[in-house]
Design a protein around this ligand. Structure first.
Ligand code: DX5
Ligand code: ZN
Length: 216
């Protein structure tokens, strides 16, 4: 099965965003990955809802919104208003994760949970059956263009095992340092969704880079 490709617009050119979206809309990309950062959970701030309201109108592709913020449950309505398909919250930000997952579903979105590089896959054992997607961070969240952490491949294998041992149907998504070489290793280990920022937007031909990721 070909992976779902989710370009991260964190690496897009916000000075000429329409051009980048024309490319994304033409391309073989499946979802659009939107990184929201609060400067508290992660040491960076990206963009907020007043900006994203306009950005979301530039595409009909499903939005995969990755919230790198504390208390993400406060913004369920705002995320929903963007037309979001997948609302991805961090395990590390949600002491009442089960409740947040239910709230995301009740709002009509698909729940995703993201784990940091230092969070073991086993922490998801009691929630995995409730999830549409699990996202493995393969860099420490906060910035695009970082180096892939090789242990992430092993975490994808562990997740694949956990999913097959339960009734879970969760997709496995990987975010950070994904390129043609790390992408191939991740798909081989069982990844379903590849997020890529730098490997797409810094490529000489971003549309070709998406095609190559889709056809690893
Ligand atoms: C990092 C973000 C990523 C980022 C990935 O905190 O969550 O989605 O945009 O960028 P690359 O693919 O350049 O590592
Ligand atoms: Zn992300």
């Amino acid at each position: 099965m070909k992976p779902i490709i989710a370009p991260s617009i964190l690496s897009a050119n916000f000075g000429h965003l329409e051009q980048d979206f024309e490319m994304l809309n033409r391309s073989e990309s499946d979802w659009i990955h939107v990184d929201i950062m609060d400067g508290v959970f992660v040491p960076n701030i990206s963009f907020g809802f007043p900006v994203l309201k306009h950005v979301a109108r530039m595409t009909d592709k499903p939005l995969d919104v990755h919230l790198m913020i504390v208390q993400p449950e406060k913004f369920i309505n705002e995320v929903k208003a963007l037309g979001t398909k997948v609302m991805n919250v961090h395990y590390e930000c949600c002491p009442h994760l089960h409740r947040v997952v239910q709230q995301i579903r009740e709002a009509g979105m698909e729940p995703g949970v993201t784990i940091n590089p230092s969070t073991p896959v086993s922490m998801l054992q009691d929630i995995i059956e409730e999830l549409y997607v699990v996202q493995v961070m393969s860099v420490n969240p906060g910035f695009g263009g970082q180096k892939f952490i090789p242990h992430s491949v092993e975490k994808v294998r562990q997740l694949r095992d956990l999913i097959s041992q339960t009734n879970a149907k969760a997709l496995i998504e990987v975010d950070g340092g994904v390129n043609l070489s790390t992408g191939a290793r991740l798909v081989e280990a069982g990844a379903d969704v590849l997020v890529a920022g730098n490997a797409i937007f810094a490529a000489p031909d971003p549309e070709l880079a998406i095609h190559q990721l889709k056809n690893l």
